[in-house]
Design a protein around this ligand. Sequence first.
Ligand code: NAD
Ligand code: UFG
Length: 337
Amino acid sequence: MANVLVTGGAGFIGSHTCVELIAAGHDIIVVDNFSNSKREALLRIEEISGKKLKFVEADILDQYALKMIFDKYRIDAVIHFAGLKAVGESVHMPVEYYHNNITGTLMLIKAMRAHNCKKIVFSSSATVYGVDNPVPYVETMPTHTSTNPYGYTKVMIEQILRDVAVSDPEWSIVLLRYFNPIGAHKSGLLGEDPNGIPNNLFPYIQQVAIGKRDYLGVFGNDYDTHDGTGVRDYIHVMDLARGHLCALDYALSNTGVEAVNLGTGKGSSVLDVLHAFEKACGRKIPYKIMPRRAGDIARCYANTDKAKELFGWQARYGIEEMCADGWNFIQKNPNGL
Ligand code: NAD
Ligand code: UFG
């Protein structure tokens, strides 16, 4: 069992992963600055796991805070979720995105190196496949273009981490390329709780279902897909969380760098998700067809062979469970955490 530093552990994916890490017997320390999360998430992790959580409220840009953490705890590995993630916002605030995500990661790598901690699992994204690669996306495809600054932070951080691995063969680095994580913890205690108007499909549908918003705007129905709406590879956040346990185990016993897709390999359209959610909540979800959203692509889904071969990992849940668990969460937390 390892001592694991979890950056961004109060966030959506981080909080669910903390639950799984604790259940697997790891000793974890969370660092978060709550720029996009709430302290309540940490209490919920404690409630689910029945354990007290080690937590430091700090910004990963703060090198003194990082030094203090690494001095105090003997950390074997880092799972690095902390980052800003809103695609549209990144177009308007590129400097803030590059600084937070890239400088933050550099600060973290420096603190790790200074304390001889050389194992990291990084939250990358399917967005690194850009717009030119054909689906399904395979890890060996070129990844040097994006449509927005957020996506470029992922492309650049992957490159930085690859260069770190080249410079020192003792490093062990796993770049996890997530597809579209949705759903919630079975208990309904944890789930996705975005600030303001949701940018993403699933939290928006949840808010329409609970009556907070009148209808879903469907961004385009003239794509080259089975019903004209955009197709994505939605993955249950608990499957994703379990993927991190596998990646951590791999990093603990291997060196070098590996990029690995975490998806289901199946594509669902906007209307497929909407109808599955209607089934889960037993209500109609009103929608209106709107123009396409800038930067969106028609289809995005994973080839999942590598995760299976390297980690023995495969997604277990389908869109029905994702919707049922998402509905359970929003019913129990209509105003978020
Ligand atoms: P999230 O915003 O819920 O969680 C990120 C957490 O990091 C938040 O708790 C936030 O407060 C914290 N944070 C941000 N900057 C920080 C800083 N400088 N110092 C300390 N804490 C900081 O997002 P999420 O959906 O859980 O995503 C986690 C990671 O996965 C992110 O790196 C994101 O880019 C990546 N990712 C997410 C998705 C997705 O669809 N949710 C898809 C692909 C990749
Ligand atoms: N959509 C709507 N209406 C909405 C929101 C979304 O129709 O109100 C559609 C989009 O056009 C797209 C699909 O729903 O076809 C999914 O959109 P999301 O915004 O939920 O997710 P994206 O695939 O655009 O983006 C997600 C993450 C990014 C990540 C990207 C690639 O939010 O961080 O996947 O992995 F970069």
